[in-house]
Design a protein around this ligand. Sequence first.
Ligand code: BGC
Length: 266
Amino acid sequence: MKRLQGQTALITGASSGLGQGIALAMAREGAQICINYSHSQEGAEETLQEIESFGGKAMIVQADVSKQPAVKAMFQKTIQTFGTVDILVSNAGIQKDASFLDMSLEDWQKVLDINLTGQFLCAQEAAREFMRRGIVKERSQAAGKIICMSSVHDIIPWAGHINYATTKGGVLMFMKTLAQELSPYKIRVNALSPGAIKTRINESVWKDEHERKQLLKLIPYQRIGEPEDIGKAAVWLASDESDYVQGQTIYVDGGMTLYPGFVDNG
Ligand code: BGC
């Protein structure tokens, strides 16, 4: 039996990178997928085609996760098509980097809107649907699962990226507070905090030989991660194998959070 058989997973930002990796991994485990994207319809179609190529089921919904009407419409469409939503992966996220003094209010606000308010709006719709439907024992022991995509930068400060790091620190407490509040309804809320994973968001770093070497100094396990690394962790966190895991952040980072600078220092 596949681990997410018959469940519906709504994955934001599933047109590329981690979201795409998670969508493929969950579809392989039997979940039907709502592939959300904001700009790249092409990317969303690529995700859809790959899922269909191995006999999986998916649909595409465009929505800006920071806009409430769009988020509500996205949940409605998914529920109309697949009957309900069992899993939310709040993955959509952006970086707009600048030094603190140069950062515009616009870039500060935009990153907060997508990375933090987007998680609030999506989790609220998901929780409403989970509560309406309740537990369906044949599918899962929980009434629903929310996975918040965070980052190692929820605990590692990151100069030059204050908007991004602030949102990830926010996601950490958002997730924990939500887990505490929704536990009585048998809704599980957890976070995944990836380290450096090869996606478009950090392409400029892993494509450049010098920068890649510098980056590897921050990864004790000595490899840059792949979207599949996150896909596998997400499947486990959404499945009943992790039914007693609640309010936790799982760092999938090759040891980036182990203070590698202290190996021969301090
Ligand atoms: C960022 C990446 C970065 C990684 C490790 C992620 O959250 O989006 O750009 O490579 O953290 O620093």
